[in-house]
Design a protein around this ligand. Structure first.
Ligand SMILES: Cc1cc2nc3c(=O)[nH]c(=O)nc-3n(C[C@H](O)[C@H](O)[C@H](O)COP(=O)(O)O)c2cc1C
Ligand code: SF4
Length: 497
């Protein structure tokens, strides 16, 4: 599946701007401390969650996951959020999990590695995720012959009310795709041509109906495990294509008090937060990641997000991290045998915009919405810090975010992947040595295929001296090369590669 790109296809280059001297960095907004609930952060730099697909098949933290976070911590951002981690005790492939106490020792090893590599400077949070079932796109005949549940509706639309099941299936298989769409329901058509996907509105399914009863406890238990593992806080994943964002979504029409109106859509996310807070107390950071805009037709816009964020702030969340888009609703159609992926459509582009873009470009597309949401929270009398992210790679951009009050913390996701030492380099007055992200989304394409995520700017550098840590394909190094501070600051020059 290819990632969607705007039709304009204007090529945008990341610009480093002017890097600060060490003294300028020390005096800058970006490197001033900030309290985030009970946490004291050394600066305003934040590495948002990024799934690197390195956990074991059973969801345990492997040596590779631990190394990955150790490498980020060596760059000393003020905070790192560990990748989306599953809160249910169900098999989820190599996605990190926290749905049982048996995962705690592995997670504790991540927390120890981060503490050691940053000399205790980097604060560590973990993103807690719940997601609903999604299946691969089935092969046509197999779906119609075996998986589709034959109903009276099919018989009626085929004018075959008395036909036996085998006959109905044979008739369906013989239809062309267009005729088939007239006989199947919209959901069956989706299951056939895209792959079955469960929704929060599927209240006829008991496990979906009961989510308001099961999820608060599951999130709370996961947060308790995160605290036991030595994390400084949790980020509740209320963004993108997953369960909690689907509750907040304008497309949530549940009629059981957990959908429809803004208050209804907000209800379960608030209950999840409250249960989590009750379980961990006030001295453990609890915040969320949510969407500033859904970026889909019929999705919620910034007004709804501002109202949601204000209620989260009033309820006592310690931070709110804002993302955008990343929905299944407009995802590309997968090939047979593959599952739909939420970052392949226009809303996916908004979430992780790449260098081929429209006139607005890929840098800071979410900042206007962030500023509006932050202003709404402040107008309600809350001081909750906002994390703004999206295409931030230069010191000047980051300072401007803080100066223009678009955020209180600046998220660097792909830039931190391209160069985990961005933070140390800039603080040391060595910004010219930063390996600037090109926003090609090579890393994201790996993520999409659930392959170990690396960055094209470094994964083939010095392969011979990269030791034994290589990706499964043997062709890529798993970690960014080490950076050693040279004795003299480098003035100007091209970004280091
Ligand atoms: C490889 C990869 C994995 C990601 N995984 C997550 C994730 O687990 N949770 C999340 O909220 N966002 C995830 N994101 C989105 C980033 O956190 C971030 O919002 C996005 O990349 C835009 O910021 P940037 O322009 O600084 O990269 C991921 C992004 C990438 C590139
Ligand atoms: S592969 Fe590297 S350069 Fe390309 S978008 Fe990802 S982090 Fe940036």
């Amino acid at each position: 599946m290819t990632l969607w790109r705007p039709a304009e296809r204007i090529r945008h280059e990341p610009t480093p701007g002017r890097w600060p001297t060490a003294a300028e960095a020390a005096a800058s907004r970006l490197f001033q401390p900030l309290s985030v609930g009970p946490l004291r952060l050394a600066g305003r730099t934040w590495v948002p969650a990024m799934v690197p697909w390195r956990a074991t098949e059973e969801g345990f933290a492997s040596a590779s996951v631990i190394d990955w976070y150790r490498r980020f911590a060596a760059g000393r951002p003020a905070a790192i959020v560990v990748e989306a981690t599953g809160i249910r005790d169900v098999p989820s492939g190599p996605l990190l999990r926290i749905g049982d106490d048996r995962f705690v020792p592995g997670l504790a090893a991540i927390a120890r590695a981060v503490r050691e590599a940053s000399d205790g400077e980097t604060r560590l949070l973990i993103q807690l995720i719940d997601f609903l079932a999604i299946r691969r796109r089935p092969e046509r005949t197999r779906y119609l012959a075996r998986h589709l549940e034959i109903t009276a509706g099919h018989r009626e639309r085929l004018n075959a009310v008395d036909a036996d099941e085998a006959t109905v299936r044979a008739r369906l298989i013989a239809l062309d795709d267009e005729a088939l769409r007239d006989v199947l329901t919209a959901r069956e058509t989706e299951a056939l041509f895209v792959g079955y996907r469960e929704r929060v509105t599927d209240v006829h399914r008991p496990q979906v109906r009961d989510l308001p009863q099961t999820l608060p406890g599951a999130f709370a238990a996961a947060a308790v495990r995160a605290r036991a593992a030595g994390f400084d806080g949790v980020e509740l994943h209320f963004a993108h294509a997953y369960t909690m964002a689907s509750f907040l979504s304008a497309t949530n029409t549940r009629a059981d008090g957990y959908g429809g109106s803004r208050a209804g859509r907000l209800r379960l996310p608030l209950e999840v937060y409250q249960a989590t807070r009750r379980a961990v107390g006030a001295d453990f950071a609890v915040g969320c990641r949510m969407l500033a805009e859904e970026c889909i037709a019929d999705g919620h816009a910034v007004e709804d997000s501002a109202a949601f964020a204000t209620e989260f702030a009033r309820a006592g969340m310690d931070f709110i991290s804002l993302s955008r888009g990343g929905k299944f609703d407009d995802a590309a159609t997968p090939k047979v045998g593959e599952a739909a992926y939420p970052y392949t459509g226009p809303s996916g582009y908004e979430c992780m915009p790449s260098y081929y873009s429209d006139a607005r470009g890929p840098f800071g597309r979410n900042l206007g919405a962030c500023a509006r949401i932050r202003a709404a929270i402040r107008a309600a009398g809350c001081a909750t810090p906002i994390v703004a992210a999206g295409g931030i790679h230069s010191f000047e951009q980051a300072e401007a975010v803080l100066e223009r009050r678009e955020g209180d913390l600046v998220g660097f996701a792909r830039q931190a992947l391209a160069d985990p030492d961005w933070f140390r380099k800039v603080r040391a007055g060595r910004g010219a040595e930063v390996r600037l992200c090109r926003y090609t989304n090579y890393c994201e394409a790996l993520d999409q295929r659930h392959r170990e995520v690396t960055c094209e700017l470094w994964d083939r550098l010095d392969l011979a001296s990269a030791g034994s840590r290589r990706a499964a394909d043997g062709k890529r190094r798993l970690l960014a090369p080490e950076w050693r501070e040279s004795p003299e600051p480098v003035s100007g020059g091209a970004p280091a590669r």
